[in-house]
Design a protein around this ligand. Sequence first.
Ligand SMILES: [Zn+2]
Length: 166
Amino acid sequence: MTSETEGPPLVCPSCATPHGPDERFCSECGTPLVFAPSADAPAPMTEAQERARKIKPQFAEGELIRVVGGRNLTEAEFLQGLLLEEGVPSMLRRSRGFDVPDFLAAGPRDVLVPANGFAAAREILLQADLLSSEVPTGPAPLKLLAGLLVAFGVVGAIAWAISGSL
Ligand SMILES: [Zn+2]
């Protein structure tokens, strides 16, 4: 009963030759051996697969509707992650009027969800008290304002440099 294999089997990642647990390098090609993937340990999921697994199909159909907005890309991605945790897929779009490259990551984003997921998304955002985040309150907007001022400052500096060189 104890003559079974001790520990997980080793295999050469290069030529797939199996080796005993005492070996460290492949006897065929010298490549350091790795543990052979066992049947009950599935390969780690990629980020895309992980995302796809979380999405509930009943929320994934219908026309895309704006459900909430993020003040910048980071905030929009946070909202997107929150919705995904509850199975609602979403996509981001630059908010109207800010779809110019000058804003880069600083520009606000709309979070769009499929029509079937809209009610669920509203519920998630309400429970997380995030629908009110559309109205700038508290100290957070100051940070954004600073970011925007920096962005405008850069644009202004470029404009100044161009007009100065004419
Ligand atoms: Zn080998």
